[in-house]
Design a protein around this ligand. Structure first.
Ligand code: CP
Length: 304
């Protein structure tokens, strides 16, 4: 059993994982935030792409469950001598991990690691494709704040075309009954967006007074996101969550961002650090969600 995608995961399954994660929020709040649930288990982490939040929260989650970790990053490894993903996965797999957590710039890489090694794999982000644990932590954060996701009006704003977060979180939110809007220049929308259960617009200001949640995304320069609009200044004017725009949101509207943020581009620093921001709560919930997912993968359907 692996967790490779949020697509097609039923609402009951998402809710079950979120309930399990809520239990770990409580564990992480204890004076000694550690349980012996995965003592003797080893988590192999293959991170072929940069990460701060996902990599560190998986490590934190594994340790809070008393598991051991083996963390691989290409820098300083035999990748520089030409070793392939397959040979790396088989090599690390031979050292006895019980599960792999995989991040890679290529869509589908976590599926291949699962096939090659026969081990369960958690997808920690593959290209612009999927980031299922990000979707779960976003849902947990919104469920905690609003009580329920059903009926929420959520706008995901920015470089949606290159965003595995937008894809995964929109799918999970849609499954749980939210109404999702993508706000972006046409050039930063996915080419197949017409088949998605979302509404699209390039008029941020037209929706600003009618949203419960604004989910800002950075421009993914590393995937070519910066090449498709005239200038950063022009982009900020139309799609940035500026202070002026944030002042026009309804009082109850909350702001999310998966990180890393480019302050002053997609989000004003005062908004990122202001009372509407749930950004640090998202990060904190990432640990609890990853504890839930690790336990679920390694002990069957925990909590049912
Ligand atoms: N949200 C997210 O995936 O952040 P990192 O790239 O830092 O892991």
């Amino acid at each position: 059993m692996s967790l490779l995608t949020i697509e097609g995961m039923p609402a009951s399954e998402i809710d079950r994982l979120l309930d399990l994660a809520e239990g770990f929020v409580e564990v992480l709040d204890r004076p000694v935030p550690k349980v012996p649930a995965l003592q003797g288990r080893t988590i192999g982490m293959l991170f072929y792409e940069a990460s701060t939040r996902t990599r560190m929260s998986f490590e934190r989650a594994a340790k809070a469950l008393s598991a051991d970790t083996m963390v691989f990053s290409p820098s300083g490894s035999s990748v520089s001598k030409g070793e392939s993903l397959k040979d790396t996965a088989l090599t690390v797999g031979s050292m006895g991990p019980d599960l792999f957590v995989v991040r890679h710039s290529s869509t589908g890489a976590p599926w291949r690691v699962a096939e090659w090694t026969g081990l369960p794999v958690i997808n920690a982000g593959d290209g612009a494709h999927q980031h299922p644990t990000q979707a779960l932590l976003d849902c947990l954060t919104l469920r905690q704040h609003f009580g329920s996701i059903d009926g929420l009006r959520v706008a995901i704003v920015g470089d949606i075309r290159h965003s595995r977060v937008a894809r995964s979180t929109a799918q999970a939110l849609g499954t749980l009954g939210a109404s999702v809007h993508f706000i972006a220049p046409r050039t930063l929308l996915p080419v197949d967006v017409d088949g998605w259960p979302v509404q699209t617009t390039s008029d941020f200001d037209g929706l600003i007074g009618d949203l419960d949640v604004v989910y800002m995304l950075r421009i993914q320069q590393e995937r070519g996101g910066g090449d498709v609009f005239p200038s950063i200044g022009e982009y900020v004017k139309r799609f940035g969550l500026t202070r002026n725009r944030a002042d026009r949101l309804p009082p109850h509207t909350m702001v999310l961002h998966p990180g890393p943020m480019n302050r002053g581009v997609e989000i004003d620093p005062a908004v990122a650090d202001g009372p509407r921001s749930l950004v640090t709560k998202q990060v904190a919930n990432g640990v609890a969600v990853r504890m839930a997912v690790l336990l679920d993968q390694l002990s069957g359907k925990a909590g049912t």
